[in-house]
Write a protein that binds this ligand. Structure first.
Ligand SMILES: [Zn+2]
Length: 261
């Protein structure tokens, strides 16, 4: 196994199962459990493909009975509050809860997982932010919803931006670049976020969606030191993680799980 561990993340292997965890979030592991699953040794983790995570839950130490998931993630900005175990949602892209014993499971192939944890209110969130979700500011909306529903204070909320298609590989055409430019011009310094590609035949651009998600969280008052980035690109590591850009329709899904004990 190539160890993907870095300053913010740690790569764990247990049997056939491999996953990443945020070092900072592990400081609270007596209260909250999380992971971002990788392909693992068999290269195609069948349970995740079937959207059934029994052994993954067991490995990370969460009760399978407490799971909730979204059947179809729709690249929307819709976030639901989870109140009971085994709830199944559809056509939304974010879940939040403050109920012990409940875990939130979402699937990813290049899109950004945004996990939230408030150690004071003991509340969690899991957000699916692809480029369309990012344009709709679903990460920022997730943070605001945690503040509104659970009374989380902006200075307490910890935000984790997981592995995703980073700027090195998020190449887009003029149309998508324009959408980003128009939506985020007000944030300023877009020249660091959108870069021109070097191809001569057709002008392409590279966009840093992690930087945008960070700015959107800072915009609502989250201290920058409470926004932790994985610094791992799913396309660069497509041999170890599922990537839609790299594998097209054949791509499986990585699962990000966060649950309250
Ligand atoms: Zn990359």
């Amino acid at each position: 196994m190539i160890d993907l561990s870095n300053e913010t993340m740690i790569h764990i292997q247990k049997g056939d199962i491999e996953y990443l965890q945020f070092r900072k979030l592990l400081q609270y592991q007596d209260k909250v459990v999380h992971c971002y699953s990788l392909k693992g040794k068999n290269n195609d983790y069948a349970e995740v493909k079937q959207n059934n995570y029994a052994s993954l839950y067991e490995t990370i130490g969460l009760e399978k009975e407490g799971f909730t998931k979204i059947e179809y993630q729709a690249h929307s900005d819709k976030i639901e509050v989870v109140k009971t175990k085994k709830e199944i949602f559809d056509k939304i892209d974010g879940l939040i809860t403050n109920k012990k014993g409940i875990s939130l499971s979402l699937r990813f192939a290049d899109c950004t997982p945004i996990l939230f944890y408030d150690p004071v209110k003991n509340a969690i969130g899991n957000i699916h932010s692809g480029w369309k979700g990012t344009v709709q500011k679903i990460g920022q909306k997730g943070a605001l919803k945690m503040m509104e529903r659970y009374g989380c204070k902006k200075e307490d909320l910890l935000c984790f931006l997981g592995p995703c298609i980073e700027k090195c590989h998020f190449e887009v055409g003029e149309d998508v670049k324009k959408i980003f430019e128009t939506t985020f011009a007000y944030l300023g310094n877009l020249e660091n976020i959108i870069s021109k590609g070097e191809k001569k035949e057709e002008q392409k651009y590279f966009i840093d969606t992690t930087a945008i998600n960070r700015k959107l969280l800072e915009e609502v008052g989250i201290p920058s030191c409470h926004i932790i980035e994985s610094n791992i690109c799913t396309v660069c590591h497509a041999d170890q993680m599922h990537s839609y850009r790299a594998e097209k329709e054949k791509a499986g899904r990585n699962t990000a799980i966060i649950g309250l004990k």
